[in-house]
Design a protein around this ligand. Sequence first.
Ligand code: MN
Length: 259
Amino acid sequence: MTMAVPQAQELIAPAHWRTVDFLSDLHLQAAEPETLALFQRYLAHSPADALFLLGDLFEVWVGDDACDEPGSFEAALAQVLAAAARQRPVYFLHGNRDFLVGAAFFRRTGVAGLADPALLDFHGQRLLLSHGDLLCLDDVDYQRFRVLARSSAWQQQFLAQPLAVRRTQARGIRAESEARKQSGAAYADVHGPAALAWLQAARAHTLIHGHTHRPAEHTLAPGYRRVVLSDWDAAAAPPRADVLRLTPAGLERIAIALM
Ligand code: MN
């Protein structure tokens, strides 16, 4: 399977940014309060001048109107994000679980939406940012679903349903994907040549992405690398939660669970 190289949205870091944090795949959900608590602790203590949330911040997102439901988990999450965005710029790009985060959420929280991929120029270091799902080309079924689910026709139809119906449908889709995982089906990884093509088109040498939950650094070609974020699970033993921290000296992986 081949694909056109998407045009990256470019963002130039203001001169005063010294520290930028990247994180993804927190999969925040009501059933895992420990991970939300760790995220809130992290938000209170991070020295970052800007945060980049690279998708699957939420386990599932069935529409921004879920934030309007009094007492909903989404309403609480929106408050957490709004507080974070008052402290420093917070950017978000969509994952495959939270691709329905929309304009109303961004208005409500002050979080800024980014295209996938996005290019950050940080004092001359050019980093390409993506969730990573679009690069898992070998998962043909998923790529087909992705095209459908990102179409405005599909989204309008889905969002027109009552919130309770959407919540039920999302649970069904998740149960299906869990069953597939349990069946031992191999999970597609990022396609190396496609990732390299994205980097070269963006004149960048480092790709940062999540999605695969396989934290590592891979050399794609001499001088080109992809750096993979971890997922977060504060209740796991040992707890999993790290961020990639960028300073003028380079990238460093920080274990948040030890904070
Ligand atoms: Mn994902």
